[in-house]
Design a protein around this ligand. Structure first.
Ligand code: CP
Length: 309
């Protein structure tokens, strides 16, 4: 994989790369003229085995806006459906494409199999464990709102899912940030992610904490962030999981515990589940700006992956 810049996990990016991707995303957001033909002549594969509105469109539109061509594959299009291995698929596509954006919702190991070739950068458009491109868009949103990511205070409420994992691994890399992760019992971050985020926070002089107890959750925050309770392509073993999640809905009362906080959501939203209609549509909500920033972060990621490749 020498010479190939894959984006499989935020944790594989250096600080310089992570900070640079966030800044470049912001440049695309505030100066649309940056969308010039920097990827002219390149061909990007867009392979989504799972549903997507934002990520698929963001990478397709970003590639086109940067002058690249795209080849799109849906769930039933490739010979993987007849038994060709992921590794062979990656090897073959690497002979024809310049980059591959892929969502299988499988484990990170599957993405590593696509990346087990030396020609074509592979971008994880959401694995079972992590949604790294979401984190770049989220931090670009924070940066646009506050003027910087350093010092940002975020309260995440909901399942410790792949978006939460990426957020925890990314935000804690910035200086003096504060991340409180509030999850229903049994649905927290994986322990290894908690340990990694705590270590990053120690190194950057930031704070990282987790709790299951909503009662004391209030105070100072710049952002309250939630995600859907049913992450795309997943299901929960406990048939009564909704009862466990019910108190964690971000409604006006819960949001008001953090005076002045903006509301973030990676979308799609399920109004009346993880967020009330009033909060999602309210003046504090920046969820749709956050969605737009997926386009700008996709442009930054594609440029970075293809730079010098
Ligand atoms: N946030 C996000 O990943 O949205 P899509 O599933 O629509 O891509």
């Amino acid at each position: 994989m020498v010479g190939c810049r894959h984006l499989i996990s935020v944790s594989k990016l250096s600080d310089e790369e992570l900070f640079g991707l966030v800044e470049r995303s912001v440049e695309f957001a505030v100066r649309p003229e940056r969308y010039r033909n920097s990827l002219s002549g390149r061909v990007v594969g867009i392979y989504f085995r799972n549903l997507s509105t934002r990520t698929r469109t963001a990478f397709s539109a970003a590639a086109l806006r940067l002058g690249a061509g795209i080849v799109s594959y849906g769930p039933g299009d490739l010979q993987e459906n007849t038994g060709e291995t992921v590794r062979d698929t990656g090897e073959v596509l690497s002979r024809m494409l310049d980059a591959l954006v892929v969502r299988t919702a499988g484990p990170d190991a599957e993405y590593a199999a696509y990346a087990a070739q030396s020609r074509m950068p592979v971008i994880n458009a959401m694995s079972k464990e992590e949604h790294p491109t979401q984190a770049i868009a989220d931090l670009a949103t924070v940066r646009l709102e506050l003027g910087g990511v350093d010092g940002a205070r975020v309260v995440y409420i909901g399942e410790g899912n792949n978006s939460a994992v990426a957020l925890a691994l990314a935000l804690t890399r910035f200086k003096a940030t504060e991340l409180l992760v509030v999850t229903p019992p049994g649905y927290g971050l994986p322990p290894e992610v908690s340990a990694a985020a705590a270590e990053c926070a120690r190194a950057s002089g930031s704070k990282f904490a987790e709790t299951r107890d909503l009662r004391g959750v209030k105070g100072e925050a710049d952002f309250v962030y939630t995600t859907r309770w049913q992450t795309t392509g997943t299901s929960k073993a406990d048939p009564s999981w909704r009862q466990v999640f019910e108190p964690y809905r971000v409604d006006e009362e819960l949001l008001a515990r953090f005076s002045g906080a903006a509301f973030m959501h990676d979308l799609p939203a399920h109004r009346g589940e993880e967020v009330s209609e009033a909060v999602l549509e309210g003046s504090a909500s920046i969820a749709f700006d956050q969605a737009e920033n997926k386009l700008h972060s996709a442009a930054a990621i594609l440029e970075w992956c293809l730079e010098g490749n």
